[in-house]
Write a protein that binds this ligand. Structure first.
Ligand code: PLP
Length: 265
């Protein structure tokens, strides 16, 4: 087949590994693959992890993260780049430098900070680097409520505050922000997308399960895959939410802790 071949769906994932297979790079690859895309990876950190928590973290040398990105971009190319766990400010700066070398590629930033188990996946002082170095290069940022609070220094307690936060995120230089509402109480979950077109809300009943490990990674990767396949932003979010809903509804219940979601489509 000729180079390019008109086939889209290439997603370069820049994130951390979850040895338990539920979140991180493993959730990303499963999601991109199930949705018909092609997953490539630049691994930023290894975690020794299971459904009960993160037991160890080993960072990858920032220069080697850059090399993983560069060799893939130079040869295979990417339709979208998705970032997840970036570990610390040095990694964020290194990743941002390579993103600047590939200015035409949309970037989906999942601003991973803390695992659902409570383990830190980003050093606290790195939040500033995320805002300064990564946000201006993002096409979409996908914080949950605690992450949005940290990014803009607020405390979101309800849907109205969530809407304001989504809009406020545009002022840090991202063209689109999806503030996910799963951490707010209530039977309905609202995700709020802010962009130059205004606000758009995606709502649906909460899936009652504690098998939620990897939900954020899965949603962001599903959106990235949709964008890589030519969906517009709202369409990519809509399909990603449907994918995540099914992943939660069919979670296999593995492990003794907070189990992984299921991947299928
Ligand atoms: N481990 C890695 C490597 C991750 O990238 C992430 C999330 O982004 C997590 C764990 C956290 O997953 P969860 O918050 O669903 O436990």
């Amino acid at each position: 087949m000729s180079a390019g071949g008109g086939k889209r769906g290439r997603v370069l994932i820049v994130a951390g590994s979850d040895s338990g297979g539920g979140a991180g790079i493993q959730a990303d690859i499963k999601t991109v693959t199930c949705l018909g895309g092609y997953a490539m990876t630049a691994i930023t950190a290894l975690t020794a992890q299971n459904t009960q928590g993160v037991h160890g973290v080993m960072g990858v040398n920032p220069a080697f993260i850059q090399q993983q990105m560069r060799v893939v971009l130079d040869d295979i190319g990417a339709d979208v780049i998705k970032t997840g766990m970036l570990h610390n400010a040095e990694v964020i700066e290194a990743v941002a430098e390579v993103l600047d070398e590939a200015p035409g590629i949309p970037v989906v930033v999942d601003p991973v900070m803390v695992a659902q188990s409570g383990a830190s996946l980003l050093e606290p002082e790195a939040v500033r680097a995320l805002v300064r170095d990564l946000a201006p290069r993002a096409s979409l940022i996908t914080p949950n409520v605690p992450e949005a609070d940290r990014l803009i220094g607020t405390e979101i307690a309800d849907l109205e505050a969530q809407r304001h936060a989504a809009q406020a995120l545009l002022t840090i230089g991202v063209p689109a922000a999806l503030v996910k509402g799963g951490h707010l109480p209530g039977p309905e979950i609202h995700d709020v997308l802010a962009s130059a077109d205004g606000l758009e809300e995606f709502s649906g009943p909460r899936v009652r399960t504690d098998q939620t490990h990897g939900t954020g990674c899965t949603l962001a990767s599903a959106i990235a895959t949709g964008l890589a396949q030519g969906y517009d932003m709202a369409g990519a979010v809509r399909r990603a939410r449907a994918y995540l809903r099914r992943a939660l509804e069919t979670a296999p219940g593995f492990g003794k802790g907070q189990g992984p979601v299921n991947h299928a489509w």
